[in-house]
Design a protein around this ligand. Structure first.
Ligand code: NAI
Ligand code: 13P
Length: 319
């Protein structure tokens, strides 16, 4: 049995997709909401309009997660460490698949390091790549990256988590896969800001390209392979998130660009990740111009016009 821990948009969508392979438990922390979703077969709060298929059992009982063979962790990146600190002991020995995209702002760690620290004998894996929850839940064709350092476990997970329309590609480069997913959210805020402020689509293309170079530089410096960043969790997710207003990170950027406050109630992973990357860059002495302006934008210390001026006044250089 597969359990998905986290009943937000993505957890609900993944549970719905995996129901094509058999029974799935979707755990959410709010008992009232779980009971309502189990009865109405819809997560109206997070993923309205998409039916929850019959093989999905929605529950607020954590024992259903502890009893599962494979656990997908679909809670926001900043919540992963506290969640595992509380419940990790009961997850020992299992494959734990992180589905969050972000860097922990306190520790500077990605999801796999958080899993490895909290549950040392678990098999840590990461599921990431271009995929809007609404698309996955509607069975639209989607390709994702499954990253795991244990190659036998990677093959087994790829097999269990792929469906006829959800196609998983394997990699052992966990660092590259998770940094691709985390950093594209920062770039999506930059691109949203660019469009929201009226700087135009040519400027956005420049940001995507220079942002990608920055993502690759940082990831390679942290031990990733450059090709991983050119894959689904990197180039693929960057393209999706920087060009679609289905993305919460992109929409947050649009609001910043228009001089408005973003939607503080929704999960915008790029905000905390921009702060986490800022800390990493300062410790390592890295020059990450796009990430740096996004950090300043989310801290509200600069405007979109200031961000543009900062980027355009950098010394001219070779591409
Ligand atoms: N929504 C999407 O299209 C996609 C989301 N993701 C990633 O999935 C992760 C989750 O995002 P969404 O589901 O979209 O967010 P969401 O905002 O729809 O839901 C987050 C859920 O996490 C739960 N949660 C928060 N803290 C918790 C805790 N400590 N313990 C248990 N549950 C907790 C909330 O109750 C909520 O149900 C993020 O890292 C996001 O980047 C990845 C791909 C696509
Ligand atoms: O990760 C996503 C698409 O791959 C979803 O993006 P947002 O979190 O910006 O909505």
């Amino acid at each position: 049995m597969i359990a998905v821990a986290g009943g937000g948009a993505f957890g609900t969508a993944l549970a719905a997709a995996l129901a094509a392979n058999g029974p799935v438990t979707l755990w959410m922390r709010d008992a009232e909401e779980a009971a309502r979703n189990e009865q109405t077969r819809e997560n109206r709060h997070r993923l309205a309009g998409v039916p929850i298929p019959a093989p999905v059992r929605v529950s607020a009982d954590l024992e259903t997660v502890f009893a599962a063979e494979i656990v997908l962790l679909a809670i926001p990146a900043q919540q992963l460490r506290p969640f595992l600190a509380q419940h990790g002991a009961r997850l020992a020995g299992k494959p734990l698949v992180a589905c969050s995209k972000g860097i922990d702002v306190e520790t500077g760690e990605g999801p796999s390091a958080i899993i490895e620290a909290a549950v040392p004998d678990a098999t840590a894996a990461v599921l990431t790549g271009p995929s809007f929850a609404a698309d996955i839940a509607r069975s639209l064709p989607t390709a994702l990256t499954l990253a795991c350092r244990n190659s036998a476990a990677a093959v087994a997970l790829q097999d269990r988590l792929s469906t006829p329309v959800l196609r998983l590609y394997r990699t052992a480069d966990v660092t590259g896969a998770e940094l691709g997913g985390a950093l594209k959210n920062v770039m999506a805020i930059a691109c949203g800001t660019c469009i929201g402020a009226g700087f135009g689509e040519s400027a956005r293309a420049a940001l995507i390209t220079r942002g990608f170079a920055e993502m690759q530089r940082l990831a390679v410096g942290m031990g990733a392979e450059a090709e991983t960043l050119a894959g689904l969790s990197g180039f693929g997710d960057l393209t999706l998130t920087c060009t679609s207003d289905q993305s919460r990170n992109y929409r947050h950027g649009l609001a910043i660009g228009r001089g408005e406050r973003g939607d503080t109630g929704s999960t915008v992973e790029g905000v905390a990740t921009a702060r986490a990357i800022g800390r990493i860059a300062r410790v390592r002495g890295l020059d990450l111009p796009v990430c740096a302006v996004v950090e300043a934008l989310v801290e509200e210390t600069i405007t979109a016009q200031d961000a543009l001026a900062r980027l355009l006044s950098r010394p001219l250089k070779e591409e």
